[in-house]
Design a protein around this ligand. Structure first.
Ligand SMILES: [Zn+2]
Length: 191
């Protein structure tokens, strides 16, 4: 598995792409708490998350995985439904195309958290849990994938809840240089 894989609306995965090394994970899923839905994630990313979750808890932050692996067809359903309800322009702006979601790699997670025994479903950049993740996720190999101010580069709106496992080495580079995965590839291809 290439943990640095670049997936976006210009670098699409094929409908046949199914990642290896997926494990079933047992995580509460907030609004999507549905016992028939099996959440899956890349095994290395999952172990890294568990470590991050444990350390977050030491600070008093209870973080969980809301959404992780999604199949091509699942993404297609979300996309088609959004096109139907809100038009293609809206869909292209707010939803990844089929094959354009890195959730299909099994390396991306949407974070949810619990505070005072209540699941918080609307995350924003001022939440202390999110702030802690912004500063610490790289230590576990995760990056904030769609940062604020980089919307034109990533092609996605700011998503403070969406983190992507890229491995510790690249995560540290991306964090310390304040770049995105797209910019990492642009810089890499120049040299
Ligand atoms: Zn996401």
């Amino acid at each position: 598995m290439d943990y640095t894989i670049l997936v976006n609306n210009k670098n699409l995965l094929s409908s046949e792409y199914i990642p290896q090394d997926l494990v079933e994970i047992n995580e509460p899923m907030g609004s999507k708490l549905d016992k028939t839905y099996v959440n899956k994630l890349n095994i290395k990313a999952y172990h890294a998350f568990k470590k991050m979750q444990k350390d977050a808890l030491k600070e008093g932050y209870e973080i969980f995985i809301d959404s992780s692996y999604r199949t091509y067809n699942y993404q297609k359903k979300i996309f088609d439904k959004t096109v139907q309800e809100k038009g293609e322009k809206h869909a292209l702006k707010f939803v990844a195309k089929p094959g354009g979601s890195e959730h299909q790699t099994g390396l991306a997670i949407d974070i949810i958290f619990r505070r005072n025994n209540k699941m918080i479903e609307e995350q924003n950049e001022n939440d202390p849990e999110i702030k802690w993740l912004f500063l610490n996720a790289y230590k576990y190999g995760f990056i904030l994938r769609y940062p604020k101010g980089k919307e034109k580069i990533t092609g996605f709106n700011f998503e403070p809840w969406h983190f992507r496992f890229v491995g510790k080495e690249l995560a540290k580079k991306i964090f310390s240089e304040n770049i995105t995965l797209e910019e990492y590839y642009i810089l890499k291809n120049r040299t």
